[in-house]
Write a protein that binds this ligand. Structure first.
Ligand code: NAY
Length: 289
């Protein structure tokens, strides 16, 4: 069965300070209510790239304290500052006991493939952990070819990819050519086609509020029940469309706040929510949760 892994939301107060107690609660909610198999910590959904090193470490530590070994944890340590990425990798693996790390492709500058490959090999070199490449071309501008994935996968410590893209031809080519590497899909609105290609897991922000439907899609595809998978993906996409129209991370946070976990605000420069966004989120909770 493919794993369902929530891309964890992180609560911040109005000043952008981590809300530790709420973070504990949202981790517990994902384990006991959403019943997910794992958490992806420090990704886009965690607003990670706006945070300082101390806060990132604190988030990894709190998540591990709450989750212990009940579910799988993947720490996204990637950073434009490769020394920060290495420091975070050493911290989560050696001090906290994470077994998997992940790293976004370096972004902003137009690094060539050799530079990107060196970045990954350098990050994983000194830690005893598996590394999942986080590929999200729409946000980073970095597109790998099939052969370039192959070059990364030659490193035995690089064990998979979080594939956040809509190119299902490339996804299928990777799936067939690297059957022993892990393939995680990253777009929740395309879970059904990704599951049909054959994934080891799905990592998604909307699983914070919609995990049951996501699980139904995975179960239906694996049971060859395409009619159910389509119906549930359509319901899911009605919800995702409304969430995206209302502002992705603000709405997900507001929905959890409505469920009793105070998720605070998004981190500046992301906007703080408006009253209209709150009203929409409240309606979505009534209709979908
Ligand atoms: C991350 O790093 O948190 C992720 O990439 C998780 C995957 C999400 N991608 C982003 C960019 O948020 O769940 C998706 C996405 O939010 C969802 O499919 C809505 O488009």
């Amino acid at each position: 069965m493919a794993q369902l892994i929530t891309a964890l939301l992180v609560p911040f107060d109005e000043q952008g300070k981590l809300m530790e107690e709420s973070l504990r609660q949202v981790v517990e909610y994902n384990i006991t209510e959403n019943k997910v198999d794992g958490l992806y910590v420090g990704g886009s959904t965690g607003e990670n790239f706006m945070l300082d090193t101390t806060t990132k470490k604190n988030i990894f530590k709190i998540v591990k304290e709450v989750a212990e070994d009940r579910i799988e944890l993947i720490a996204q340590v990637g950073s434009l500052n490769i020394y920060e990425a290495k420091e975070l990798a050493a911290y989560v693996v050696n001090e906290l006991g994470y077994q998997k790390i992940s790293s976004v492709t370096p972004f902003y500058y137009k690094f060539d493939f050799e530079e990107i490959k060196n970045y990954y090999f350098e990050i994983v070199k000194d830690v005893e952990a598996e590394l999942i490449v986080y590929s999200i071309p729409a946000l980073t501008g970095v597109n790998f070819s099939e052969d370039q994935f192959g070059e990364l996968f030659e490193n035995p410590k690089i064990t998979g990819v979080k594939y956040t893209a809509g190119d299902f031809y490339l996804m299928e080519r990777l799936r067939s050519r690297f059957p022993d590497k892990l393939m995680y899909s990253g777009f929740d609105e395309m879970l059904l086609p990704a599951a049909a290609v054959g994934i080891d897991g799905a990592i998604g922000s909307t699983f914070n509020v919609n995990a049951k439907r996501a699980r139904q899609i995975l179960t239906a595809v694996e049971g060859n029940d395409l009619a159910t998978a389509r119906k549930v993906q359509a319901e899911t996409n009605d919800l995702i469309q409304k969430i995206l129209a209302n502002g992705l991370y603000n709405t997900l946070k507001l929905m959890l706040t409505e469920k009793g976990i105070d998720m605070g605000y998004c981190h500046l420069p992301m906007k703080h929510y408006t009253n209209e966004q709150v009203e929409v989120a409240q309606e979505l909770v009534k209709e979908y949760m």
